[in-house]
Write a protein that binds this ligand. Structure first.
Ligand SMILES: CCCCCCCCCCCCCC(=O)SCCNC(=O)CCNC(=O)[C@H](O)C(C)(C)COP(=O)(O)OP(=O)(O)OC[C@H]1O[C@@H](n2cnc3c(N)ncnc32)[C@H](O)[C@@H]1OP(=O)(O)O
Length: 240
């Protein structure tokens, strides 16, 4: 179900107006609160099709949604990674040190979901529990340019890290990336769609080894392959 937009918190006045009540006159909230609201943010699922999605991305999305029908694959909604939940889980590992202020945390959002619709990272993820695989369908928008006309390598690295991270988290819990090794084999045209296919290879104690490849939609071009090492967080150790 599509819910209201996460980008701008809804104000109490707007909610009152929607219910037929008179909106309160606008007040300047003061410099400390001008740019954000402490009201509860309603999270939208960014992993569903939007008008910026190309035909390729929509077709692939539909194909994978079909694969979900027998339960072998699961669509991973972006709203499952709500910022407050992550902060809550993650705070366990910061223990007494508080390197980030509360008001900064309240504005936090996942890096890959911080661009306007269609300009940055457009993607959907699917997870196969039996095969321990995660697939990411990714369309890199115009703000992710590296070499003219092509996707920035760092943008691809971000999506590889995210896909491998989701693969690890879906299988095992809370982890941090310790090592990421990427071979860039063929540049990705800006605004095109690629498929990032990742799998969990091995678990050794707290260490999880994952790998992935990045291919064009027709599977003819191997754009990249990568391996990652994720370490399960030790609640006894502070991260800072
Ligand atoms: C995650 C929250 C939920 C989010 C949901 C949204 C999903 C989005 C997903 C987004 C994803 C985005 C993800 C991001 O952006 S994560 C952000 C980028 N990553 C970091 O900032 C991590 C920084 N590093 C650390 O904090 C620590 O080093 C960690 C926690 C990783 C390990 O420190 P810890 O003190 O706990 O462990 P240890 O030192 O006892 O080592 C343990 C074992 O590991 C081996 N080892 C360690 N390092 C390396 C290495 N580099 N190569 C090879 N091996 C290494 C080590 O030899 C030892 O092996 P052994 O002796 O036992 O055999």
């Amino acid at each position: 179900m599509l819910r209201s937009c996460a980008a701008r918190p809804r104000t109490l006045s707007a909610l009152r107006a929607a219910r037929g009540g008179a909106p309160r006159p606008a007040r300047d909230p003061g410099p400390a609160r001008r740019s954000f609201s402490t009201e509860k943010v309603i999270h939208k699922d960014h992993s569903l099709p939007n008008p910026s999605w190309s035909k390729d991305l929509r077709l692939l999305f539909d194909q994978f949604m079909k694969k979900c029908e027998d339960g072998s694959w699961k669509h991973l909604p972006s709203s499952e990674c709500k910022v407050p939940q992550r902060i809550h889980s993650f705070k366990t590992y910061f223990l007494d040190s508080k390197p980030v202020k509360e008001d900064q945390l309240s504005q936090a959002r996942p890096f890959t979901r911080s661009y306007e619709v269609g300009q940055g990272f457009e993607y959907a993820m699917f997870y196969n529990e039996d095969e321990k695989r995660t697939v990411c369908l990714f369309q890199g928008g115009p703000y992710l340019e590296g070499p003219p006309g092509f996707l920035h390598g760092g943008a691809l690295a971000t999506m590889i890290d995210t896909t491998l991270g989701v693969c690890t988290i879906s299988c095992m819990g809370l982890f941090m990336t310790a090592n990421l090794n990427i071979n860039f084999k063929s540049p990705i045209p800006l605004c095109s769609v690629v498929v990032i296919s990742s799998q969990l290879d091995k678990v050794e104690g707290r260490k999880v080894f994952v790998s992935c490849n990045v291919r064009s939609v027709d599977e003819k071009t191997l754009h990249s392959d990568a391996t990652g090492l994720f370490i399960k967080l030790d609640p006894e150790k502070s991260l800072t």
